[in-house]
Write a protein that binds this ligand. Structure first.
Ligand SMILES: [Zn+2]
Length: 273
């Protein structure tokens, strides 16, 4: 965990998404949670040094952002799509997968019940805790349920997986056009310090690179469709971006599978399937 601003602490160096917490005059607010239960417990001990935890905010519906919610006894707030996705998750399969992440995980996952969001929003929501303002803004793209979370007094935005800073971009269920619009929404924010979903802390200078890569992905799959490739052929043949960026921590060896998911999703998107 490292201190990013006066009251924002972030973790960008362990398996799972980036997450962080904000120390306010009335307790701590956690944004996203670790993928590994053992990391969630370490984080819990760390947060306890800074005061009582008040809320968890989740930025998106993928398990690397919410699995750790279960290890904290506070209400969770997120876009309504995040709640729906967690409730629809095959929890036995989810627990079986997370159990493989380390030797301590199977025990910690006994009796696992997710702490799903009980307060949800559609377009946005503002929350005031102590002297801090948390502005949650729906920004569909990487999924339809992404939210950016601005911490106004700190000049910091947790962008969710709409930004993968110099690590492979997952487009397995993305809407690339909405994603590009959300990048422009991020550009318009007053806040300048970005905590991306994955990769190191960045700023608005990275938006062009992220946007260009999404455009490039779209053009690459569109070209294959225009040349008459079927979806199955495209999934096998389109491998050009496999080594463009490294995978994020803990995702070693997953690049070929991610490329295939990205191609399959963009093929469906571009053909209206
Ligand atoms: Zn994600």
């Amino acid at each position: 965990m490292h201190q990013l601003t006066k009251n924002v602490y972030v973790e960008t160096c362990i398996r799972g998404c980036n997450h962080g917490f904000v120390t306010t005059s009335d307790g701590v607010v956690l944004i996203d949670t670790p993928h590994k239960p053992s990391d969630a417990l370490k984080l819990k001990a760390e947060i306890a040094k800074h005061g009582p935890l008040r809320y968890i905010l989740n930025t998106e519906p993928h398990g690397d952002h919410w699995t750790g919610n279960a290890f904290f006894d506070v209400p969770v707030i997120a876009h309504e799509g995040v709640r729906a996705r967690i409730l629809a998750t095959d929890m036995a399969a989810h627990v079986a997968r997370v159990s493989t992440f380390g030797p301590e995980e199977p025990n910690l996952l006994k009796g696992y019940t997710p702490n799903a969001p009980i307060i949800t929003f559609k377009n946005g929501m503002t929350m005031h805790v102590g002297n801090h303002t948390f502005e949650m803004i729906h920004m569909p793209g990487h999924t339809m349920s992404q939210a950016a979370i601005c911490i106004k007094e700190e000049g910091v935005v947790f962008t969710s997986d709409n930004i993968f800073n110099k690590v492979q971009t997952w487009l397995q269920e993305a809407n690339p056009d909405l994603w590009l619009m959300s990048l422009e929404s991020l550009r318009k924010l007053k806040e300048e310090i970005f905590v991306p979903g994955h990769g190191d802390i960045c700023g608005k200078e990275y938006l062009n690179e992220q946007g260009a890569f999404i455009q490039e992905w779209k053009a690459y799959v569109k070209d294959a469709i225009d040349r008459g490739m079927t979806r199955d052929e495209a999934i096998i043949k389109l491998t050009a971006f496999t080594d463009r960026y490294p995978m994020d921590i803990g995702q070693d060896g997953m690049s070929p599978a991610v490329q295939k998911m990205n191609v399959g999703n963009l093929y469906n998107y571009l053909t209206g399937a």
